[in-house]
Ligand binder design. Structure first.
Ligand code: PEP
Ligand code: MG
Length: 878
């Protein structure tokens, strides 16, 4: 038998999401559960992959299979495609493995043409309904399949409404709808140079192709990159019998969650529209009723829906996000999936489900996206400032948090202003997937239209970006780049503030304050900590950062970049004196001035860390970074340093490098100027002795880390300077102090010779920023300029500086872990590059057996959770 690409809903189940996509698998599961699901079939993700393999064509075998299943569907429904006396109409919807809201396009009412619509009008005795369905189909098909701009169609509708003097689409009658169809088709012909396709089978195949094609549209690519969804997964296509929410006052359509997706509160939450089709709710064109209202409107339907919702939640043991349609008083379920939710809601739902006995603590750990925690850690308005501020309007509190920024009105402007370093709030009538990049860079999003399940609300919540939606009083003028609200005019560039937790809008800049974490958080994170094996450290250069890291649960400092301590006031001067020194004695003199500063910083950090591991990295950047570049600064600094301008310029010229990142930096500085390593060792050891004297209970044991090592002898050279200096100080102080000397593995050669390096190094910390740079041969400062071309051409799917390249850089890490442990089985291994706070990279670190990850303070909770999930997943895979 040839490969099977198409499945009836009744042939699948909820576990088949890789093949059927999330939507298809859940439609199959609901079918298995006996719920009222309009029947249909799913064209698998493998068919999508095959479509791309075949050069963006659906091959003859798959086409034949689709038609075979269409015939099966006709049999099941008792209706016939293209038959005006008993027409089968279908929806065509995408459904990838991971839900991609708004990314993929939907076509409803497919199967209509001039003949079928007449049949439908007769059958339903409602020409208005039939022509409303038809005009929607022509509109959606033209937009989604044929890529004609939907705004043009909206303009035609708008003109019609004005002509009739009405406001709502529902006020247009059958003849108006008929006229719209005519106008739409004329527009189509004018644009495309051919008639609108009338053959339903052709429409179907074109629609399926369009869904496959949409997997590769720029919005989908951006979304996938943001969410690390692999390109080769492909999307499935669901072809489902239509039920009509637009067939009168006993019909409607809606979206609902089993719990509140913003707060996690346990109660049905959602909205619906009477006499409408799905698009109307999501697009936010009409303002819907809350779901509770349905209890009065149609009590029986409401009760049935509430029962189904409850059963689905129990079945999936998670909060569900459901789409339903009511056709002449009969309920149909069109979709269910685990609902997207805010971080606060995710925590509450996970904790509540444990308390309700639905899931275990270990399972709960898997229920919160690590990256989502970010939004809990994001700013809120300063409490006193917000009390004084006066809101000028209110919309829906669609996605919590506080945002303050300058107003822009398009995604393009958002990007442009953001690139200039501005904080912006994106104001739109409503958002659509094209706006995704603009939304991603905005502090906040404000929309005029749309409910809690509109595109803006769903996407912003997913991003953890503050969003206020549906503020209908706003009048936007895109052309003039301004809006008015409560009598005030706000122009592009003006500051506004919006509160995604209350929906308030302020025509002023309100300062924001750091986030506070809720009670659920601590309880939940305790479960995560109990599950994880990796330790989580923080990268911190100051006592303040160390404290922040500790507050977020860091168990140590994995990277203290000492150079950051040399930039302030007196320090930079001493540093510069050291750099311009002509002799070792002069250099040592300058270094002596730096020692107390550095020692003081280390003492502060040790005290905050109370004996926990502190890894201090010796000076790393090329020295020219400490010298001025502008003419006026050079003059001033030459004066300060008491040397001539010419002398300083000579020093600067002598430090010039063609490739500073591969130049005189890292341990190469200590090899050339051992006195620098001596000074830093002195500060590290003296600080530890001082703190241990004050706090013997801490038992501080410093760890000194030598950067940019590529050769064992090089490390030994620097280590000898360190141990000689340290041992002397310890002896003279008459104390006992344990300390360690280790290295960063950030040069491919260090990874390749890690067995040799481990003879000297007592610990390794993978500096994956440099290791990525040097493995790819991409400058970490310049790669941004060309990586976009690599994404566009599908050479790379994500930024290797953000997500560890597991196949290449990861292979080096794995090799170094194995080689290092061969030499020194107890060697302590960690990572301190940016990847240490990236969830998928953390999972990799767990899998290769590192002891810890280290990341910036605000990412510590994310790393803790990612580490826990990696451990749970590994346990379950066994
Ligand atoms: C690294 O290279 O990964 C690292 C942590 O060091 P830096 O970013 O300071 O070069
Ligand atoms: Mg580095």
């Amino acid at each position: 038998m040839s490969h099977k690409y198409v499945y009836l809903f009744s042939e699948g189940n909820g576990k088949m999401r890789e093949l059927l996509g999330g939507k298809g698998a859940n439609l199959a599961e609901m079918t298995v559960l006996g719920m009222p699901v309009p029947q249909g079939f799913t064209i698998s993700t493998e068919a999508c992959t095959q479509y791309y393999k075949d050069g963006r064509e659906i091959n003859a075998d798959i086409q034949a299979e689709i038609y075979e299943y269409l015939a099966k569907m006709e049999k099941i429904s008792g209706k016939k495609f293209a038959d005006p006396t008993n027409p089968l109409l279908v929806s065509v919807r995408s459904g990838a493995r991971a839900s991609m809201p708004g990314m993929m396009d939907t076509i409803l009412n497919l199967g209509l043409n001039d003949t079928v619509v007449e049949g439908l009008a007769k059958l339903t005795n409602s020409p208005r309904f039939a022509y409303d369905s038809y005009r929607r189909f022509v509109q959606m098909f033209s937009d989604v399949v044929m890529e004609l701009s939907k705004t043009e169609f909206e303009k035609i509708i708008e003109a019609k409404k004005q002509e009739k003097g009405v406001k709502m689409d529902t006020e247009l009658d059958a003849d108006d709808m008929k006229d719209l169809v005519k106008k739409f088709k004329a527009f189509y012909k004018a644009q495309k140079g051919e008639d609108f396709p009338t053959e339903p089978k052709v429409q179907l195949m074109e629609a399926v192709k369009a869904v496959f094609r949409s997997w590769d549209n720029p919005r989908a690519n951006v979304y996938r990159r943001m969410n690390e969804i692999p390109y080769d997964w492909g999307t499935a296509v669901n072809v489902q019998a239509m039920v009509f929410g637009n067939s009168g006052d006993k019909s409607g359509t809606g979206v609902a969650f089993t719990r509140n997706p913003a707060t996690g509160e346990k109660a049905l939450f959602g909205e619906y529209l009477i006499n409408a089709q799905g698009e109307d709710v999501v697009a936010g064109i009409r303002t819907p009723f809350p779901i509770s209202h349905l209890q009065q409107d149609m009590p029986e339907v409401y009760n049935q829906f509430a029962e189904i919702a409850n059963n689905l939640e129990k079945h999936y043991t998670d909060m569900q996000d459901m789409e339903f349609t009511i056709e002449n008083g009969k309920l149909y379920m069109l979709q269910t999936r685990n609902g997207k939710r805010t971080a606060a809601a995710a925590l509450k739902v996970a904790v509540d489900l444990v308390d309700e006995g639905m899931i275990t603590e270990e399972e709960a750990v898997l229920r919160v996206e690590p990256k989502q925690l970010d939004s809990l850690l994001h700013p809120q308005f300063d409490a006193t400032a917000i009390k004084k501020a006066k809101a000028i309007g209110k919309g829906l509190a669609a996605s919590p948090g506080a945002a303050c920024g300058r107003v822009v009105f398009s995604a393009e402007d958002a990007k442009e202003w953001h690139d200039k370093g501005e904080k912006i709030v994106l104001v739109r009538l409503e958002t659509s997937p094209e706006d995704i990049e603009g939304m991603a860079v905005a502090q906040g999003i404000l929309t005029v239209r749309g409910g809690m399940t509109s595109h803006a609300a769903v996407v912003a919540r997913g991003m953890g970006t503050c969003c206020v939606s549906g503020c209908g009083e706003i009048v936007v003028d895109y052309d003039a780049k301004k809006f008015t609200l409560a009598g005030q005019t706000i122009k592009e560039g003006d500051y506004i503030s919006i509160d995604g937790s209350t929906g308030n809008i302020y025509a002023e800049a309100i300062p924001t304050a750091a986030a506070k974490i809720s009670g659920d958080f601590d309880r939940f994170m305790k479960w995560a900590d109990a599950a994880r094996k990796l330790e989580v450290y923080t990268n911190a250069d100051t006592p303040k950062d160390a404290k922040q890291g500790r507050d977020f649960g860091a168990q140590g400092i994995g990277l203290c970049r000492t150079e950051h301590m040399f930039f302030e006031g007196q320090r930079i001067k001493a540093m510069r004196e050291m750099i311009v020194a002509k002799t070792t004695e002069e250099r040592e003199k300058a270094l002596v001035k730096l020692t107390p500063f550095q020692q003081g910083d280390f003492e502060g950090i040790y005290e905050v860390m109370e004996g926990r591991p502190v890894i201090i990295r010796f000076l790393d950047p090329p020295l020219h970074e400490f010298l001025p570049t502008k003419e006026e600064d050079i003059k001033e600094i030459a004066g300060e340093l008491n040397i001539t301008v010419a002398d300083l310029k000579n020093v600067i010229a002598s430090l010039h490098e063609f490739n500073p990142m591969m130049g005189h930096r890292g341990c190469r500085l200590a090899v050339s100027y051992p006195e620098i390593a001596r000074m830093q060792t002195t500060a590290v050891i003296n600080a530890a002795i001082a703190v241990n004297k004050k706090h013997p209970e801490f038992k501080t044991e410093p760890r000194i880390m030598i950067p940019l090592v590529g050769e064992q002898k090089e490390l030994k050279f620097v280590k000898d300077i360190v141990t000689e200096t340290a041992d002397k100080i310890i002896k003279e102080a008459g104390v006992s102090l344990r300390y360690e000397v280790g290295t960063m593995i950030e040069i491919p050669r260090a990874a390749l010779t890690a067995d040799d390096i481990a003879k000297e190094a007592e610990f390794f910390s993978f500096g994956t920023n440099d290791l990525t740079q040097m493995t790819f041969g991409f400058s970490r400062d310049d790669a941004g300029k060309f990586l976009n071309y690599y994404y566009e051409n599908k050479i790379y799917e994500s930024d290797p500086f953000a997500h560890l390249d597991q196949n290449g850089v990861g292979k080096l890490v794995k090799m170094a872990v194995e080689l290092g442990r061969k030499t020194r089985p107890e060697i302590h291994l960690g990572i301190c590059g940016e990847h240490g706070g990236d969830p998928t990279s953390v999972e990799f670190c767990h899998n290769v057996g590192l002891n810890y990850v280290s990341c910036s303070p605000f990412r510590v909770p994310i790393a803790r959770l990612a580490a826990a999930q990696a451990a749970v997943k590994e346990k379950r895979a066994k």
